[in-house]
Design a binder for this molecule. Sequence first.
Ligand SMILES: [Zn+2]
Length: 176
Amino acid sequence: MAKFHPTPGLDRMVAMMVAPHVHEVAREVERAAKRFAPPTKKWITVADDRVRPTHAAAHGQERPDNLRFEINSMDWDRKHRGVGPLTYMKQPRDESSRAVANIKNCRCSVHTIPDGISRNIRTLPPVITGSTVTAKVVASGKFVVEAEVGTVYPGNLEAVGAFYMARAAAAVAARR
Ligand SMILES: [Zn+2]
């Protein structure tokens, strides 16, 4: 019976042959994650001298679409509505925030940024360690984790996660 003696370094050679394929799978996950990623939204005031200070301070605040804006509370809402120092709104005039004073006569609007989260997603080059090939798809930036898994704000206001990375991995796994 002949014995098989692998070429020294064969493992590494195979790993280098496999690496482009692993990279391509990771790129597929990246493309799917970018499709599933939520947009972001920006709080925009009309920027005149009648904008209340709590909204002027929020001008330009950007959050993933599935999360809430963090707006400084107004004293009346703190006294009568039981909100804390911050009021958490999905959009201007959001009654689910429990605010009354802080939404009355509000003229603010939201600007949507479709690639707000997806622009933070990328694939790193594959790394070969011995006979193992590893490729990573990463999302880095503000609020990418909260956008993925969601969060719970004070007052038990829940923001459901978008799970764009988890859904992307599952979608690619199902295709292969
Ligand atoms: Zn406003």
